[in-house]
Design a protein around this ligand. Structure first.
Ligand code: GDP
Length: 196
């Protein structure tokens, strides 16, 4: 797979605008400001591909990217940002759930991003419960690992599995957009899915 061959396809603000799947899809989800844009840019070697923002809560669209004519990367809106109107939150939730609930799509994996600096939040756990209940295949990327010192890192890696439902059974990939930790691991997982 050529990770340099990635291109932006389209942004959708409404579910009904999204065309049927034409490729296998891998979706990226997580709370706003978790580091999703940074992870996508790092994974695909493209600085400006996804918009990294100092102001959280801006991405209210589902963005599609094509990876090497093989896989579509689906960037779901970041959820849980407190400072947006309730109607906007409802719209985002509808977009995310509407996409994930659509059984006609060829969605093969959700990469759920969780911030390594804090214990998993209620929203993270709700999302994991939802993914388990609806039997979606998913893994967790633990973001911003470079912000932890050695002791914090060890503590986080040993406690995360206890904080989340079915923690022992879920693949957890420590990730940093700063150091590149986890890039190879995520790429291997994507390659494996693409080669089915
Ligand atoms: P998004 O809202 O989930 O797309 O998050 P962004 O990618 O826009 O990142 C939110 C903030 O966290 C930005 O200030 C980024 O520079 C910072 N950030 C993201 N990933 C990392 C990381 O791996 N390490 C560090 N130190 N900062 C990060």
């Amino acid at each position: 797979m050529n990770y340099h061959k990635v291109s932006f396809l389209a942004s959708y603000g409404l579910l009904k605008q999204i065309p049927p799947s034409s490729k296998i899809e891998i979706a990226f989800a997580g709370r706003s400001n978790v580091g999703k844009s940074s992870l996508i840019n790092k994974l695909f070697n493209r600085k400006g591909l996804a918009r990294v923002s100092a102001v959280p809560g801006k991405t209210a669209t589902i963005n599609f990217y094509d990876l090497d004519d093989t896989v579509h990367i689906v960037d779901l809106p970041g959820y849980g940002y407190a400072k947006v109107a309730k109607t906007e939150k409802v719209r985002w939730a509808e977009l995310i759930e509407g996409y994930l609930n659509d059984e006609s799509r060829s969605m093969e994996l959700v990469v759920l991003l969780v911030d390594s600096r804090h214990p998993a939040t209620r929203l993270d756990i709700d999302m994991i419960d939802y993914l388990i209940e609806t039997e979606k295949p998913f893994i967790i990327a633990l973001t911003k690992m470079d912000k932890l010192n050695k002791t914090e890192r060890q503590n986080r890696l040993s406690s995360i599995a206890d904080e989340i439902p079915c923690g022992g059974d879920i693949t957890i990939v420590p990730f940093s957009a700063e150091t590149g930790e986890g890039v190879e691991a995520l790429r291997e997982i994507i390659e494996e899915i693409a080669s089915y």
